[in-house]
Design a binder for this molecule. Structure first.
Ligand SMILES: C[S@@+](CC[C@H](N)C(=O)[O-])C[C@H]1O[C@@H](n2cnc3c(N)ncnc32)[C@H](O)[C@@H]1O
Length: 264
């Protein structure tokens, strides 16, 4: 079998399964199995695919046909300058969450930040990587997620204090950054199969209006705490009203995505 055959077969199977980006997914999975970059597949479509790689590709394509996300199949996801190990214990970090990191990059030298609901550790570890002067803490209500964040911190050699805690861990100083669950209960069943079948529901769903975890965090934080909260575009007004001196920033797609403000 050649690369051309493998890409063609995978493309057909993934397109038939309803994957949104079948060619991209096929190329990523096949290039990784062959330990080459995607450009090499295009440059040499007649390259032979050894039997062991063909078996791995077959297994990966079957998983993707069942709509498992590419990041879980590969076990990793890029976020800003770092690569995080991800599995079904944690949400796959999303590009729009990079805005939370950008907000924190504006902090003065040596400031304290706390990433609440850290999941894989994406926000906290990207900050440890890009702003070693900041004092970064992280926590998550899920102990399996905290295990993943700790594993990522160790693998990236970015020491990080990560605790299991619901809402704001006691005695957490500084600015709070949080990408907590914000999907509405009634939205859950209509999400893509990649999310619905594979990602942890408790990382995504935030009650009837999606804002339960955000309200709990704000309600439990000391007055005057500065926060930057990620939310869905349609929740911006409600989140602004939870805080004092609030303002909302837009993500790269132009959607209202992160609201900053002070706890009343
Ligand atoms: C949307 S995921 C975001 C994960 C990570 N911050 C990211 O952006 O990739 C939300 C995370 O918040 C955690 N979580 C949910 N409710 C929480 C709460 N009340 N307090 C702390 N963490 C919570 C979940 O376990 C999950 O890891």
């Amino acid at each position: 079998m050649t690369v051309r055959d493998a890409v063609g077969a995978a493309l057909d199977a993934l397109a038939a399964a309803g994957c949104e980006t079948p060619r991209l997914d096929a190329e990523i999975l096949i290039a990784d199995a062959l330990r080459v970059d995607r450009g090499a597949l295009l440059a040499d479509p007649d390259m032979a695919v050894p039997g062991s790689a063909a078996r791995l590709i077959g297994e990966r394509v079957r998983r993707r046909v069942a709509r498992e996300p590419v990041a879980y199949i590969l076990g990793r996801k890029g976020f800003r300058r770092i690569e995080l190990l991800v599995d079904r214990r944690v949400l796959i970090p999303r590009p729009e969450t990079e805005l939370l990191v950008e907000v924190a990059l504006e902090l003065p030298v040596g400031a304290d930040v706390h990433d609440v609901g850290t999941g894989s550790g994406a926000v906290a570890l990207a900050l440890r990587d890009e702003r070693p002067d900041l004092v970064v803490h992280a926590s998550d209500a899920s102990s399996p997620a905290v295990e993943v964040a700790r594993m990522n911190a160790a693998r990236l050699s970015l020491p990080l204090d990560v605790r299991v805690a619901r809402g704001l861990a006691p005695g957490s100083p500084g600015m709070v950054l949080a990408n907590l669950p914000y999907v509405r209960e009634d939205e859950w069943a209509s999400l893509q199969p990649e999310i619905l079948r594979y990602e942890p529901r408790e990382a995504l769903v935030g009650g009837v209006d999606g804002l339960d975890a955000i309200r709990e965090l704000v309600g439990g934080a000391p007055s005057g705490t500065r926060m930057a909260l990620e939310h869905a575009p349609g929740q911006a007004k409600a989140v602004r009203e939870l805080l004092h001196e609030s303002e909302t920033r837009r993500d790269l797609a132009g959607h209202e995505r992160v609201t900053l403000g002070l706890v009343r």
